[in-house]
Ligand binder design. Structure first.
Ligand code: SF4
Length: 334
């Protein structure tokens, strides 16, 4: 294993402007000073409520949006090291070969007028990897790989169920042999009955192809099932990083504890584990002073309302952004 991706101080702010001269009146803090890494072959979870910055972080990684500042260092392990934040032109286009995204909604992300051959073969054509008969063979093999029949080549996506459409999206994402796949809520739009199958498929493909995943989710039972390590985000910031079992059994940040307490109970069917927390998520354009979580935190003291905590590394290597992380004993899941 080596460090495939090193994200350092990644920030994405959007100005909110007013009037003819577009005077800046506020800033939306979508991603704020986010630092984490991903090793080859692992699955790293990015979790939090909606609006916490997890999707914006994923989109910055693929340069679907441009970060305001920060580094995203991608190390191929063969001497080539690039900062994704600085890529331009051809090099930026080529990033698509190494990093791919799987989206939440397999209904809107597939062009209904394209056949499976078009959809899955498009990246191969765009990068001139294959054409004609070879293209068909490659696409048929990709379909087989995700558990679909190669005879489906000339069918359109409407002929398929949600779970099958997500398999088509996965086949398309894998066409160029990427190293890193960013999966943004890949099972949230699917029926409960096919979620586990889809997760198992992702795990099998990871084993077979040596893939690395960043798995964005608000569904903690899914995260517990599939992730090796987890980054918890709140209002654009990382508040805790830990391996999955430590995070679930002994959370160190009050926000993580709150997320876990909102999960009804571990559910083998991966159903009904949406995060529902007390209190409103902070407005990212008007983040509270001090610790952003203090208005919702049952352990907040005066210091928390005044001083913003830093992300600190504890003795066991876990990272936590909380003034009281050393003294609190929080409850996880049984
Ligand atoms: Fe709660 Fe204070 Fe820790 Fe923030 S710093 S999470 S308010 S205890």
């Amino acid at each position: 294993r080596h460090r495939l991706l090193d994200v350092r101080k990644l920030t994405k702010h959007y100005p909110i402007t007013e009037g003819l001269l577009r005077r800046e009146v506020a800033r939306v803090r979508a991603v704020d000073d986010v630092t984490f890494h991903v090793d080859t072959g692992e699955t790293l979870g990015l979790v939090g409520e909606s609006g916490c910055g997890k999707t914006s972080t994923g989109r910055c990684l693929l340069r679907a949006i441009d970060p305001t500042s920060g580094e995203m260092v991608f190390d191929y392990g063969d001497g080539r090291v690039v900062d994704i934040a600085k890529l331009e032109g051809r090099a930026l286009k080529d990033l698509r070969k190494d990093m791919q995204m799987v989206f939440q909604d397999p209904f809107s992300s597939l062009n209904p007028r394209w056949t499976l051959l078009d959809l899955v073969g498009e990246p191969l054509v765009a990068f001139r990897v294959a054409k004609g008969r070879e293209l068909e063979d490659r696409v048929a093999e990709l379909l087989r790989r995700v558990g679909l029949r190669p005879e489906y080549l000339r069918r359109y996506p409407h002929a398929f169920s949600g779970g099958e459409r997500q398999r088509i999206s996965i086949a398309r994402a894998l066409a160029l042999n990427p190293r890193l796949v960013v999966a943004d809520e890949p099972v949230s739009a699917l029926d409960v009955s096919v979620r586990a199958q889809t997760l198992n498929l992702l795990e099998d493909l990871q084993q077979e192809l040596g893939l690395t995943y960043i798995f964005i989710s608000h569904d903690l039972s899914v995260v517990q099932h599939i992730c090796d390590r987890v980054v918890v985000m709140y209002v654009g910031q990382v508040v805790e990083v830990a391996d999955t079992s430590s995070l679930f059994f002994t959370p160190k940040h009050p926000y993580t504890e709150a997320l876990l307490s909102a999960v009804p109970k571990p559910d083998p069917d991966l159903a009904s584990s949406r995060i529902v927390l007390k209190g409103e998520v902070a407005d990212p354009s008007n983040v509270p002073k001090g610790c952003a979580f203090h208005p919702r935190c049952p352990y907040a003291v005066d210091h928390c309302r005044q001083v913003e905590p830093k992300l600190e590394t504890l003795g066991d290597g876990r990272q936590v952004r909380c003034h009281r992380a050393h003294e609190l004993s929080l409850s996880g899941v049984e």
